[in-house]
Design a protein around this ligand. Structure first.
Ligand code: AMP
Length: 210
C-alpha cells in the first residue's frame, strides 16, 4: 500500500506513520527526517538544506525530490510506503506524478492550530533514532532519555516559538491547498487528529482494513 499522511506539523503524522509502517511492513518515509540525517552528516545536500529546516521554511522542491527518489529506490520501499511530510505543496504533488510515483490513499490529520502549537511546544526528539516523545502526551519512561535507544532527548531547533509560527504560516499558505487537491482526486480520508494517539491509531487500522 502506498499512502500520504498530510497535516500540520505536530498533528501526529510521524507517530502514526511509524506505528502503521511496522504493522503493515511497509516503509515510513519522513522527508523531514531524511533532511535531518543529511544535515547531521554534513553532506552537500544537508549544508544546502540546513537554513531552511532550522527556520521552519520549506526546502526547495528539487532538493527534496532528490532525497525522496534516492530513498524510493531502496529495496525496503518496494512493498509500499507511507509518505510523512511529502508532498508539502502542489508543485511537489505534481512532481511526484511526473516521476511516476502514485498513491492509493491520502490521510488528512485534521487538528486545530492551537492544539498543534501546544503539542510542538512540548515535543522531545531523539537525534539518534528519530523517535518523538512529548512532555505531557507521550512521556518517555526516563526523563529526557529515548525509550527506544537510550540516547539523550533534545528539543528540535524548529520547535522553538519563532520557527513554530513560521511553520504554521508555511503550512496554511503552501500545504493546505493539497487538502482540496486530493479531495478532488477522491483520495482523501479526513481523520480527527485532535484525539489521543491510541484513538487515532485504532481509526487508521480500520481504514486500512486491519
Ligand atoms: P517535519 O519533520 O516533517 O516537520 O519537517 C521538518 C522540516 O523539514 C520542515 O519544516 C521543512 O523545512 C523540511 N521539509 C520536510 N519535508 C519537506 C518537503 N516535502 N518539502 C520541503 N521541505 C520539507
Amino acid at each position: 500500500m502506498k499512502m500520504v499522511f498530510l497535516g500540520p506539523p505536530g498533528s501526529g503524522k510521524g507517530t502514526q506513520a511509524e506505528f502503521l509502517s511496522i504493522t503493515l511492513r511497509i516503509a515510513h518515509i519522513s522527508t523531514g527526517e531524511l533532511l535531518r540525517q543529511e544535515i547531521a552528516d554534513n553532506s552537500a545536500l544537508g549544508i544546502d538544506a540546513r537554513r531552511f529546516v532550522e527556520s521552519g521554511a520549506l526546502v526547495p522542491d528539487d532538493l527534496v525530490m532528490k532525497i525522496l527518489e534516492k530513498k524510493l529506490g531502496q529495496p525496503e520501499c518496494s512493498k509500499g510506503f507511507i509518505l510523512d511530510g511529502f508532498p508539502r505543496n502542489i508543485p511537489q504533488a505534481e512532481n511526484m506524478i511526473r516521476a511516476g510515483i502514485s498513491v492509493e490513499k491520502v490521510f488528512y490529520f485534521d487538528v486545530p492550530e492551537e492544539q498543534v502549537v501546544d503539542r510542538l511546544g512540548g515535543r522531545l526528539y531523539c537525534s539518534s533514532c528519530g523517535a518523538f516523545f512529548h512532555e505531557r502526551y507521550n512521556i518517555p519512561a526516563k526523563a529526557m532519555v529515548c525509550d527506544r535507544c537510550s540516547n539523550q532527548l533534545i528539543r528540535r531547533a524548529d520547535d522553538e516559538p519563532d520557527a513554530i509560527r513560521n511553520r504554521m504560516t508555511v503550512y496554511r499558505e503552501k500545504t493546505m491547498p493539497l487538502i482540496n487537491y486530493y479531495k478532488e482526486k477522491n483520495l482523501l480520508t479526513v481523520l480527527d487528529a485532535s484525539r489521543s494517539i491510541d484513538e487515532i491509531r485504532d481509526t487508521l487500522l480500520k481504514e486500512v482494513g486491519q
